[in-house]
Design a protein around this ligand. Structure first.
Ligand SMILES: *[C@@H]1O[C@H](CO)[C@@H](O)[C@H](O)[C@H]1NC(C)=O
Ligand SMILES: *[C@@H]1O[C@H](CO)[C@@H](O)[C@H](O)[C@H]1NC(C)=O
Ligand SMILES: [Zn+2]
Length: 289
């Protein structure tokens, strides 16, 4: 395993977009990519990533992180749509949250099986550079999506079928989490600049409120965990727990982006994006690419 250097690479907060509505929109995904890049990837991993992505993606995980949301609308990649989420068939309104692979990951695959598959493919040196680049883009994106609570929930199609209002605009609950609250926060607090936001999350990890937590975010990541589903399952359960504690705890008719719902959600979104970027860095480093 490679050592974990604090190299300025590029934030790998891929806040991914979900197919059913939006996704951790591009802002989220770019943030994740950027956090990973700026922060925690070893120089060996950085070289691999830069060479693999090349000028098409400005050698940047932040840029490449949104690719998976673009191609899922193309016929050739339609098979990848179910890879952006897992339909946890739990009961969040009854305070019963859970993710079970056998129950929730269908025959078409889900985000957990996809992370396993593309992690294996990324490490498989017999695959072509194009195939490995594709695997890298998928892994980067799915490690983002899996931290969004409504990408890990079946109820009302992950909230897509729940009408909601954000800053006076009609939308749905899923989109409020993917983009509505995040975009508002980045605009209000970080001058509408993803890189400034990503840099703030990196600072929190390195010296701020996340510093004492960060090592706990990656405890499941070991050499042997790379070819299994144990880590993605841990991450999915963690995000899914917010469906019981927070996500469905609103007053119908309220503007979710102008109430305490928003001020409660933002620290969760910041935390989940920071975790995704940090985990992506460690996950890639552990692969010894
Ligand atoms: C490409 O990356 C460089 C160095 O990180 C950066 O300065 C530049 O703005 C990027 N260009 C684009 C189009 O993102
Ligand atoms: C793994 O990825 C390849 C390439 O996209 C795909 O053809 C295959 O069906 C995937 N396998 C699983 C189990 O998801
Ligand atoms: Zn997605």
């Amino acid at each position: 395993m490679k050592s974990f250097t604090a190299l300025e690479f590029a934030l790998v907060f891929a806040v991914a977009a979900i197919d059913r509505a939006w996704a951790w929109g591009n802002v989220g995904h770019e943030t994740i990519g950027s956090v990973s890049i700026r922060s925690f990837i070893s120089s060996e991993t950085t070289s691999f990533v830069q060479t693999s992505l090349g000028s098409t993606y400005n050698e940047s995980l932040g840029v490449a992180a949104t690719w998976a949301d673009t191609v899922k609308y193309e016929t050739a990649y339609e098979y990848s749509k179910p890879y952006h989420f897992i339909d946890a068939e739990d009961s969040p309104l009854s305070d019963s949250c859970s993710v079970e692979l056998s129950r929730d990951c269908g025959d078409e695959g889900c985000i957990i099986s996809a992370i396993q598959n593309y992690t294996e493919r990324l490490m498989e040196t017999s695959l072509s550079a194009t195939q490995r680049q594709e695997a890298l883009k998928f892994v980067t994106h799915f490690l983002g999506d899996i931290s969004q609570p409504l990408h890990v929930e079946n109820y009302e199609v992950g909230g897509n079928d729940i009408d909601a209002t954000c800053d006076g605009k009609s939308t749905n609950l899923h989109a409020v989490w993917d983009t509505g609250m995040l975009v508002k926060s980045v605009d209000a607090n970080y001058d509408n600049d993803v890189q400034t936001y990503a840099a703030e999350l990196v600072t929190r990890i390195k010296t701020g409120e996340y510093k004492s937590l960060a090592s706990g975010w990656v405890t499941c990541i070991t050499d042997s965990a790379l070819d299994g589903t144990s880590c993605p399952l841990v991450w999915a359960k963690e995000a899914n727990a917010y469906d019981c504690s927070t996500v469905f705890d609103y007053t119908k008719g309220d503007d979710l982006c102008e109430t305490s719902y928003y001020t409660t959600a933002i620290p969760i979104i910041d935390l989940q994006l920071a975790k995704s970027g940090y985990r992506l860095a460690k996950w890639l480093d552990t692969m010894a690419l």
